[in-house]
Design a protein around this ligand. Structure first.
Ligand SMILES: Cc1ncc(COP(=O)(O)O)c(C=O)c1O
Length: 490
């Protein structure tokens, strides 16, 4: 491993994140294990707020030069699967929209027309990013809402399908039932879904609104296997919701193959099975094409690809080809599927971030892959192969280019302890929404077959578009020192 050096702001690679405080505050070295108190907002690294520049003074060249104020100078952020800072260009369009496109997009005078135009453009950009048509995009507050909208729609569609069948005088064809009543709708998810899917499904089950099967991922591949999903399908199955990429392991799920098989199954069924993938972690890291995948619904989460806290749901022909039932009722926006006066500035930001993904995905992907692979190589070089276990390595499984989930083996080296002992690294032990799980190992890693004592030591390091090799060196050095300190205590 090359000797880690502390890069000064003058010598940092222009792609690097800068870690200089806005007001030149002295640096503290307290530890932190979550991003909650380190909200990542971004400015230009070379000319940040300390020099009196605002974002709009800055030249934008399509690359991220993220400046993260409120973050101690020496901190290095490697938790991009939890959230991402905003691209400077995104901040620029959000700010412009706040100033200039404040009108109600439904109004016919200039500020309203301007807002509408921005929304139309953003919809086109997001559609292009996920391989859909503009009309297939419904803006939502975020991924949680989009996922809930899918579940709600699938249940309504099943009920509608039962009503229609009844009107036709059909009885249900249920394999094990002696009654003519329609069975509860059945939903299939994997056992490694994000909480916005897992808990929605659990709630429906508890409420006896739906039956739910949680299909276990393979302990060999870390993936949901298509055959296992097919084996769990019932005559009452109305929805299969499987994430495109797991947020802790980065493992990519076989969505395309699953859709192909289900399309065939659907030909012979009374109730259509709808297919949903939550692509929160995949977008901006790998190519995502809803039509090529063959899904009915696909969730878009802005804050995972340098956009604001804003989301969207791709629906293949909403209300025509694919059922979509609103959860909210109101002023008719989003063609009544998700009414409420549009959040023009955040939609503008989402659209700009999508445009950047459309133009630069290959570059982002190549850079993240190179950086992640370098990180793994350096970890092995410093700790030795026998001391590092990569929880994100599974034979024959493809993974996201940016995610390294690993454990440094040994007693007293639980992930939380190691992170708390680090002076630079900002990362996590797993999904941010599980940060209240105390010292219990990640259920996702356990589900993937990682032994309990290994999972207990897990750290999820996720690199971003601007993470540099210099930063990787500093982080590996930081981890080495943290482990040495902990071992002295043991
Ligand atoms: C896979 C996945 N789905 C959904 C979400 C939730 O998205 P949001 O935070 O926009 O509600 C996240 C984000 O944490 C996620 O990682």
């Amino acid at each position: 491993m090359s000797e880690p050096t502390k890069a000064s702001s003058g010598t940092r690679n222009p792609r690097d994140h800068s870690h200089h405080s806005v007001d030149g505050r002295p640096l503290s070295h307290h530890s932190a294990t979550s991003l909650d108190d380190h909200h990542a907002r971004s400015h230009h690294s070379d000319t940040g707020g300390a020099n009196g520049h605002t974002h709009s003074d800055l030249p934008f060249d399509g690359h991220i030069h993220t400046y993260i104020p409120d973050m101690d100078e020496d901190r290095i952020y490697m938790d991009y699967n939890a959230t991402t800072p905003l691209e400077p260009q995104v901040i620029q369009v959000v700010t412009e929209a706040l100033h200039e496109a404040w009108g109600n997009p439904s109004s016919t005078y200039t500020p309203g027309v301007k807002a509408k135009k921005i929304i139309t453009q953003a919809r086109e950009n997001v559609a292009r990013m996920v391989g859909g048509k503009a009309d297939d995009i419904i803006f939502t507050s975020g991924g949680t809402e989009a996922n809930n909208l899918v579940f709600h729609s699938a249940l309504e569609a099943y009920r509608e399908s039962c009503r229609t069948a009844e009107q036709r005088g059909e009885r249900h064809r249920h394999e094990n039932s002696s009654t003519s009543a329609w069975p509860l709708p059945h939903i299939l998810v994997s056992n490694v879904e994000h909480d916005s899917v897992r808990l929605t499904a659990e709630h429906l089950l508890k409420d006896t609104t739906a039956d739910v099967t949680s299909v276990a991922v393979s302990k060999v591949t870390g993936r949901v296997e298509v055959e296992d999903v097919l084996a769990a399908v019932r005559s009452s199955t109305c929805l299969i919701s499987i994430m495109m990429a797991n947020n802790e392991t980065g493992v990519l799920m076989p969505i395309r193959e699953l859709c192909q098989r289900i399309r065939f199954v659907n030909r012979q069924r009374q109730h259509r099975i709808l297919l949903h993938t939550d692509a929160a972690q995949a977008i901006g890291k790998v190519r995502v094409d809803a039509r090529d995948l063959g899904v009915d619904y696909l969730t878009v989460v802005g804050h995972k690809f340098y956009a604001p806290r804003m989301g969207a749901l791709y629906v293949n022909g909403p209300g025509t080809t694919t059922p979509l039932y609103p959860m909210l009722f109101g002023g008719g926006q989003e063609r009544n599927f998700r009414p409420g006066t549009e959040n023009t500035p955040m939609i503008a930001g989402l659209g700009k971030a999508a445009e950047l993904v459309n133009s630069n995905l290959t570059e982002y992907e190549t850079h993240m892959l190179d950086t992640r692979d370098y990180l793994e190589k350096q970890l092995e070089a410093v700790f030795g192969r026998e001391r590092i276990h990569f929880n994100s390595h599974f034979p024959d499984s493809e993974t996201l280019p940016n995610t390294c989930n690993m454990s440094i083996l040994g007693p007293g080296l639980q992930g939380r302890k190691v992170l708390a002992s680090c002076r630079r690294l900002l990362a996590s032990v797993g999904a941010a929404c599980h940060s209240n799980r105390g010292d219990r190992p990640s259920h996702i890693l356990l589900s993937c077959g990682i032994p309990e004592e290994v999972a207990a030591n897990a750290l999820r390091l996720s690199v971003g578009r601007g993470t540099s090799r210099d930063e990787v060196d500093l982080v590996v050095e930081d981890l080495k020192n943290a482990v040495e300190r902990l071992e002295e205590l043991n």
